[in-house]
Structure formats: C-alpha cells, structure tokens
Write a protein that binds this ligand. Sequence first.
Ligand code: SF4
Length: 285
Amino acid sequence: MCYTVVMKILTELQIENAVYEIAKKMCFEVDEKTLKKISDAYEKEDNRATKDALSDIIVNAKIAKNEHIPLCQDTGIVIAFCEIGGQIVIDGSFEKAINSGIKRAYSTEYLRKSVVKSPLDRVNTNDNTPCIIHTTITDGDKLKITLCPKGAGSENMGRVKMLTPASGEDGIIDFVVETVRLAGGKACPPLIVGVGIGGDLEECALLSKRALLRDIDDCSKDTHAKRLEDILYEKINALNIGAMGLKGKTTCLAVKVETFPCHIASLPVAVSLMCHANRHATCEL
Ligand code: SF4
C-alpha cells in the first residue's frame, strides 16, 4: 500500500515567538467570564469587608489590563499544556522554544522571576525558567499551547490522597472540602477548584490541574462527575471562607471534576486550587 503523509514543519523560533506573545499578556488579564462571576459574587455578598475585597479584585483587574500592570506580584511558575498534532515536525528543540519564549516575556515585561534552580539550594534562575511542560500527541497538524502561571499561594494548598474504593463518594467529597477549608484565605479565594479522580498518584494530580483550564462556565459532560461538581460547589461555598478569607457567600466560583480509569483497588483524588487571578493564555500554530 502506498500513501502520502503531509507533514507541517514548525521551527523553534516560530514556537518561541508564539509563546512569547501569549506569555506577554497572561499576567495582565483575567478572562471576562471569570470577572463576571466575581461581579456576581460582589452583588450577592452582604458582608461589608468581603464586598470591599471583591470590589478591589475587580478594580485591580481593570487597572492591570488598562495600565499593563501585573494582576499580582506573584507571576508564578509557568505550566505549559501542549497538544502536538501527529503531523507536526518540530525543527529544533520544543523544550528550548517554550522556555525561550517565557524567558523573553518575563524579561521584557519586568515580571517577577519566581523559579529556583533546585528546591534544596534555593538559588533563583533569574529568568523564570524552566517551566513545567506537559505534552499530549493529538491527531492532525495543529500545535496548541496553553500557559498557566501558577502562584505559590494557591499551588501550595493543593493536595493528593490515595483513597481506597471503600471511601466512596463521601470520602472524595470530605477530602475536597477539607482541602479548601485548610486553605482558608491563603489560596486567595474566590477559587476555581480542580478535582482529579482516578488514574494513579501523578495522573490524578495532572487531571486536577488540567481541570482548571476548562471554561469557567462549563460543566462536566459525565453525569456522575457533574453531580459531584454541583455537590462540591454547594458544600465549599457553605464553608463561609469568602473572598480573601474574610467570610462570605462565595468561596469558590466553580468546581471542575475530571476522571480517569484506575486500578480496582485504588481511588486516587487530587485537588488543585486556582486563585481569583485566574490566569491562562492559549495559542495555536
Ligand atoms: S494565590 Fe494568586 S492572587 Fe494570591 S498571591 Fe498567589 S498569584 Fe497572587
């Protein structure tokens, strides 16, 4: 059998430039849908101090966008989620291209460099790299890169637990709600809560992180997962942590549950928290 495969070539510089362009913007803008949810939380809040905090968050987002000032001093370690079409040939180093784009953006936009060379020696790399790169191979000839600068305030409050199947749905709910309760105001609520269930130790953590990239208005297409999203949303908001931990009606703006098949004797669960500075940006080549 004879067939021709049409390949698309992308150079290291093309990828670096695309990453640079989105990395330049991602620390300065919150998407409109997130801002709308924060405005809704403001409208329904009764607690004066919490209402003021929500108002400050909204004003801060406007100033950041209009005056090109970072939304937060913590401009994060960058996580890159990449979907690489099977028909793409990369001329050069993919990893180098991503890191070079990040390096340039953090330098030209004067963003805080928040990465240390080793968790043990704590010496700053001074260019905010390396970033953390996750890749999946997809069909077709498109390269999609989503960057997410993750601040330590919310990242440090994420948790993973290897439950057993006997823990059931109640065990999952208790663990997720407890994670948000322990985070309190430290993760800078109102939050987006990403929950990964299934896979293994590292896969469920990755699922919980990927969950944060979903459209803030969507819900899971899986009816069981959607039910869990609804239950968790209610229970988390009943915690009365409120914006910035000042107590109030809105502790989370959304809960996103992602699942994956797992071992018959396992029930891994991970929770990733995204603060109100819900920053991410996507490019496609
Ligand atoms: S958790 Fe978010 S808002 Fe809070 S300090 Fe970190 S990046 Fe900034």
